[in-house]
Design a protein around this ligand. Structure first.
Ligand code: SF4
Length: 419
């Protein structure tokens, strides 16, 4: 978007007003692929109106680069994930009604001062690395995004400074595996050092890091998160499963013993750290006993946040050739059981907040319900719940306030300004 803006293009959120539409696709699992393809077709119907061309980019485009151009003539130009430097050429080609692809292997360079934020103006993600060297048996991302490539600390810190100078107060560091940061370019993992450097940028009020691989969550990382005042007390650590045989088949480095030991340490030494995880059910070979162990561990651990996915068989992955042993219906049943257990945990935890005063950042005002929508540091943008705030006085979007919690739901909290 920054490159297009510099070239003089303007953006619209109204599809009917666009001369060219860019569909940024996801190609990770079946549901995402379907949604991406539906969106491309839906977008192309606007060619009956003002729309001149459709550009398709992102993971689906890269993953199926050999077939989509022929199979979807409704779209004009296809780009791979690393070919965004050609976005102006792509848009111009589509505008002329011509068709072509951009899939050459290119270096990724995020040093772009003209970044356009699509998030709230006070909150931004910074991608610290691209690709992944882990080869989880179910995951297509390493084939789509390539091996792990860290950005330099200097470029990440510079980006944080630029974002803060434009009003960003909350920064979320992301990568496919943030805990591997630095191994490729510095010879060792340097996430704690990176966190300290970004936290030291004047104006960063909340710094968060997502997607930590359990086996690489070190004491140094935990201490850095816990003791640096503007790094939020939040750990997102996808565990995927609790059964040794399933973890092994998934090609994960964790075991039941290693994960439970880490969780015990977290709860004992860092009791107020918000803990988020992601689980995958229905992997080939997952027996009823394996699933029962997972469900029991979810109930015992009482994660603060949890997402659970059903296994999706993806071409090119190791798991694609494994015989499916759990039916689609059973996968969904298992997923629902985990989410139901978590909903009860989440409700109980939220209810325990009633009467407490917590600090929130105001994201927006919802004039249908006459309430502000905010988040505490325990809520990552987009993925976690919200705090709905009522206030007799107008509040400033992007500002921090203290709120007394008055009511709780499964995922969200309600509160009033603490005057
Ligand atoms: S760590 Fe994440 S991105 Fe990397 S292979 Fe495993 S699931 Fe995929």
């Amino acid at each position: 978007m920054g490159i297009l803006q510099r070239a003089g293009y303007a953006f619209t959120s109204e599809p009917e007003e666009a001369d060219v539409m860019i569909v940024n696709t996801c190609g990770f699992i079946n549901d995402a692929k379907k949604e991406s393809i539906d969106t491309i077709f839906e977008t192309a119907t606007l060619k009956d109106g003002k729309l001149q061309g459709v550009v398709v980019t992102g993971c689906l485009s890269k993953r199926y680069k050999d077939v989509l151009f022929d199979e979807i003539p409704e779209a004009d130009v296809f780009l791979g994930t690393e070919n965004y430097h050609h976005i102006v050429e792509a848009v111009e080609t589509a505008f002329r009604g011509e068709r072509r692809t951009f899939f050459e292997t290119e270096n990724i360079n995020y040093e772009n001062e003209d970044r356009v934020l699509t998030t709230y103006p006070h909150s931004a993600y910074i991608k610290i690395a691209e690709g992944c060297d882990n080869r989880c048996a179910y995951c297509a991302i390493p084939f789509i995004r390539g091996n792990y490539r860290s950005r330099t600390m200097e470029s990440i810190v510079d980006e944080a400074k630029i974002l803060v100078s434009r009003g960003v107060k909350e920064i979320t560091l992301i990568a496919q595996d943030t805990t591997q940061y630095g191994v490729d370019i510095y010879g060792k993992a340097r996430l704690p050092e990176l966190l300290k450097k970004v936290a030291a940028v004047k104006g960063v009020a909340w710094l968060r890091v997502l997607y930590s691989y359990p086996e690489r969550v070190t004491d140094e990382l935990l201490e850095t998160i816990y003791t640096t005042p503007n790094i939020v007390n939040y750990l997102d650590m996808p565990i995927q499963h609790f059964s040794d045989s399933v973890l092994k088949a998934m090609n994960r480095k964790s075991s039941y013993a290693s994960v439970t030991a880490l969780l015990k340490k977290l709860r004992e030494h860092y009791p107020d750290m918000t803990l988020r995880t992601t689980l995958l059910v229905g992997f080939p070979g997952e027996s009823k006993q394996d699933f029962d162990r997972l469900l029991k561990s979810v109930k015992e651990t009482e994660f603060d946040r949890l997402g659970c996915f059903a296994f999706s068989r993806e071409e090119g992955t190791k798991a694609f050739d494994m015989p499916e042993t759990v039916s689609e219906k059973e996968k969904e049943k298992r997923r629902e059981k985990v989410m139901a257990a978590q909903a009860d945990i989440s409700l109980a935890k939220n209810k325990a907040c009633i009467g407490e005063t917590i600090r929130v950042i105001i994201d927006e005002y919802d004039d249908d319900i006459f309430m502000y929508i905010a988040r505490s540091e325990a809520c990552a943008p987009e993925s976690d719940g919200k705090v709905y705030v009522s206030s007799p006085e107008p509040l400033k979007i992007g500002e921090f306030y203290d709120v007394i919690i008055t009511n709780a739901e499964y995922h969200d909290l309600m509160g009033e300004i603490n005057e």
